[in-house]
Design a protein around this ligand. Sequence first.
Ligand SMILES: [Zn+2]
Length: 370
Amino acid sequence: MFTFKHPVDIRFGEGIISQLGEIISDLEYSRLVVVATRSQVKNGVAEFIETELGEKIKTVISDIEANPTIENVSEIAAALHAHDAHAVIAVGGGSAMDASKAAAAAYMQGVEPGSIIEHTDFTRALPVIAIPSTSGSASEVTASSIISDKSQGLKVPLIGPGLYPKVALVDPELTLTCPPKVTAISGIDVICHALDCLGSTKHNPVSDTLAIRAANLAFKNLLAAYNEPSDREARTNMSLASMMAGMAFSQTGTSGSHAMSYYLTSQYDVPHGEACAFSLDEWFKVNAKANPQLHDHAKDIGFEDAEDLARAFNGLKQNLGLGMTLSDFGINHADIPVIADESMRQANMKNNIAQLSRGEIIEMLEQKQA
Ligand SMILES: [Zn+2]
């Protein structure tokens, strides 16, 4: 028995951003706030949106941090308020979309943005039109938003059906300008999303199908997109992979590799995708032991079994120049117990098919020393 509810109106394809004007008219929105990352301002996408929508755009906010903060959410919510906005258009990577989704909920529910991370009801939010410029976060098709509280050193996931964007406008052309390092880090996250879904206790036949196809596309196309940023076919396949993995984890949540990543990011500044990729190989093998069906999934993705997939994943990481060991991130051996404790504390660790003891998690981390 399972359910699969996905409410986002997805529009996908090269050049589809040109349909934005029509989409906004159909929805009858006339007062809009645009949230664009600096790179989307620099490369002219924000200007294109302004030209396309003219007076409907009331303001453009562009100083969103890589890990969006409560201050970012407050600034967007204030603009929504000042302009009595009908919707927010978010263009950029996960940061612009996550900040916009949180602000849309704060504004709609009359919640003080400063206390958004203590808020728990995310059933309602102002509509968000999400336009991703990277392939990775998949925030355009998920009901979550990760917001940082710098003063407390916290990264808090906000989750609820109101955080699904109204429209996901996925135009692979926007990713052509994505620099190789960002392509690598966000692209490896696509595989982490897909395999975390397969290793989630909440997986179902539809999420499995989306995750398998997403992983297959990402394994085949990520290195090409990294080596040759203008490779349109690779870029389109990565956009598709990211979106499908996002649809899958919007239903199942993430599991082991993500649970282990958060502390690596908050404590040692390891970028999100790279932090998840750090332990993904081990989690996939451990989960395949607990549920041998994962060996079949590995075959469907294009490998002999889970071990073969894990080896290929590490080869891909190496080719992308991503960190492989704790010392690559400057992390001392002495920190292993606290990393294990922090990993076990995460809600999505309980989602993981294989439930490991603290000792087993420490052993997993020991294997990741230089
Ligand atoms: Zn992720």
